[in-house]
Structure formats: C-alpha cells, structure tokens
Design a protein around this ligand. Structure first.
Ligand code: NAD
Ligand code: MN
Length: 351
C-alpha cells in the first residue's frame, strides 16, 4: 500500500546523534508498518549560520506537501539576541499548527535516585504564551534611556479550549482520568485566569454531551505544582499548562524519572504530527557519542502511536523498557558506560 513519509530534522548538537537511533528503531519494525521513506530536512542554528535562515521555506514546504509526519532532534538557540535568528522549533509548531505538545513521563524501575511511581503526561499548549518586545523608553525605576525589556504573553480562549479538549481526550484514555490545570492566576489573573476558566469549562461546552463525565479536574498554581511534583508526583495524571509552564514542568518531571534523555514528546495538530525528545541540543555532551537516544526513540514510538500504528509503537516502547530494566546498556546520564550507538543497537535487537 501507501508508504509512510517521515521528515527527519536532526538540527543541532545531540539532535544529530539521537535521531539516527529513532530511524533505526522504526526501520527495525520491518513489515509491521507501511514501507517508510525518510526525507532529510534542514533547520537549526547551524543551518542559520550557513544559510541565513534557521528554518528554510523548503523544509516547511516539504513537510506540508510530502510528509505524513516528522521527527525533530534538538536546536541550539543562543541565549543572547542574534540578529535575524529565531527558534525554528517554535516557528515549526506554529506553521504546522501543532498546537499540543504531549509529553508522557513515566518511571520504569529500577533507576538510581528514583522516587515512587510516576505516570503522568504534560499537555503543553504550543502556539502562544511566549513572545517578546523590547523597549528603551523611560522607566520609573531605571531613569530615562536605561534599557528596559518587556515580555508580552498572549492567552486566547480559542487556544486554551483546544488544548483543554486535548487534555480531556487524553485523560479518557488513562486509568485515572484526572486532569490538573496548571496556572498562576493569583498573579496573572487576566491571562492565566482565562486559561484556567476555559479549560475548566471544556466538559460543559455545547456538544460535549457528558463525554467527560468520568474525568476529575483539579487545579494548581504552577509554583506549588513544581513543589508537589517533587514531593508527591503520584498525585498527577494529566497536567495541562500554558506553553512556558508546560516546558518547565516537563523538565522537572524528567528529573524524577532519572534523565531528560528518557522523556519523549509529540507535537500534535489536527492533521500532522512531529515527534521530538523533550531535551535540547546538550552542547556539554555533544559530539561524544554518549547522548541518551531513548527519548528520541520513544518519540518515534509516540509519533507512530499518534498515527494509529499501535503495535509498532508498543514494540519500540517495550524494547526501550527492557533495555532500561536490564540496566546493562545505559548511557552515562543513567549511570551507565554505554555509547549512544551501543544503546541503539541493543534496542534494535529487542525490537
Ligand atoms: P538541554 O536539554 O540541552 O540539556 C540539559 C542537561 O541535560 C545537560 O546537562 C545535558 O547534557 C543533559 N541532557 C539533555 N539531553 C540528554 C540526553 N539525551 N542524554 C544525556 N544527557 C542529556 O538544555 P540546555 O543545556 O539548557 O540547552 C542547550 C541548548 O538546547 C540551548 O541552546 C537551548 O536553547 C536548546 N534547547 C532546545 C530545545 C529544543 O530543541 N526543543 C529544548 C530545550 C533546549
Ligand atoms: Mn524545554
């Protein structure tokens, strides 16, 4: 039948080292999924330095017109302002309307330093919230001409509703069916208040017809949510959050399961899906063949699951779980001595 075309965007740093593992895992599935075709695409800071753009038009066009799905590695975004540069991953999520970033975090015993069982999913709004503008006008505290920066934060009912619906839909598929809304509406009453109320209101929207009756809802201020995440992570099931909080919470949750190198994600819209490990380009370990490829491999599985290839996804996921449980082939972030490529071949062997 039809082949599955997968856009591959390794981008920068360890993104280039972990994405081949995701490809190898998919290829190991053989005929249990349609014939796959991988299309290599450019993006990232290195791409910006070479070509003057971090996200070439061609990349977006090929994704839109030729690909069924995509895998993204990681991008190195400088912390200072670089003229003409903006993050390609943020742009890609917006251009492809991948409005939800779904980040499951769960523990597979035994991992050193692990807390009690964690099985949660962060559902991060992906298209708004972040944004900035800079002003050098007079400031009451700094005086005339002193630099002043102002960040603007946009929350809309539209985006809050669709991420809320996504969170409730995901909750229905999980045993505990529990949604926690993360916000800071005691301080940001206008923006976060809108997010909180809109998400809370999803089950009572016209047309829902009691669909989410079995789902329980709680809410938590983002700061105390981080605290409770560390103290009693088991209270969480689905955590739905505006963009920035979702980003922060999922890195925190990653610490609880042993490493950022284990946590996958999928960027999902209504018609396209892009897998992406939660971690960044990790310049501190790039180029050494020691990056943990499991987050990227799990992202490939999530992408396949989202496309409806549940068996393929499950085979990859259980191979990864087996490697973690056995504990013989782990990268240094998990206390092991294995290389990236060694871990990949062990996963492939078990698929
Ligand atoms: P990071 O996620 O790259 O790294 C944080 C820490 O976790 C580092 O010590 C790193 O070595 C470790 N780590 C991350 N992934 C790992 C893996 N697979 N295996 C083993 N260890 C791993 O975050 P950072 O260092 O704050 O950011 C580095 C760069 O990545 C920055 O330029 C940042 O803008 C970018 N970034 C990109 C994305 C993305 O592409 N979506 C996300 C986060 C950060
Ligand atoms: Mn992040």
């Amino acid at each position: 039948g039809k082949s599955l075309k997968i856009g591959m965007i390794p981008a920068d740093g360890i993104g280039r080292e972990v994405l081949p593992g995701a490809k190898a895992a998919i290829q190991a599935l053989g005929s249990s999924i349609p014939t796959t075709e991988f299309i290599d695409l450019q993006a990232g800071f290195e791409c910006f330095q070479k070509t003057g753009t971090a996200l070439p038009d061609e990349t977006v066009e090929v994704l839109k017109n030729e690909c069924d799905c995509a895998l993204f590695g990681a991008v190195s975004s400088p912390s200072r302002k670089v003229f003409g540069y903006s993050s390609p991953i943020v742009a890609l999520r917006k251009k492809m309307d991948l409005y939800a970033n779904i980040r499951p975090v769960s523990s597979v015993a035994p991992i050193p330093n692990e807390q009690p069982t964690i099985d949660l999913v962060v559902v991060r709004e992906n298209t708004e919230c972040l944004g900035f503008s800079i002003s050098k006008k007079k400031h009451r505290l700094l005086g005339k001409g002193a630099p002043k920066a102002r960040a603007t934060r946009l929350i809309t009912e539209y985006a809050s509703r669709r991420i809320g619906e996504m969170a409730f839909k995901i909750a229905l598929t999980r045993p505990r069916k529990h949604v926690t809304i993360i916000h800071k509406s005691n301080v940001l009453s206008v923006t976060d208040g809108l997010f909180r109320e809109t998400v809370r209101g999803v089950p009572t929207l016209p047309g829902m017809n009691g669909k989410y009756d079995g789902v329980t809802v709680a809410e938590q201020l983002v700061d105390s949510a981080v605290y409770r995440l560390f103290r009693e992570p088991h209270i969480y099931d689905v955590m739905v959050a505006p963009n920035l909080y979702g980003d922060i919470i999922s890195d925190a949750a990653a610490a609880l399961v042993g490493s950022l190198g284990l946590v996958p994600s999928v960027n999902a819209g209504d018609s396209f899906v892009m897998g992406e490990p939660v971690h960044g380009s990790a310049p501190d370990i790039a180029g050494k063949d020691i990056a943990n490829p499991l987050a990227a491999i799990r992202s490939a599985a999530l992408m396949l699951r989202q496309l409806g290839y549940r068996n393929g996804a499950a085979r990859i996921e259980s191979a990864v779980d087996d490697v973690i449980r056995e504990g013989r082939y782990l990268t240094p972030d998990l206390g092991g001595k294995s290389s990236t490529s060694e871990v990949v071949s062990q996963v492939v062997k078990r698929i």
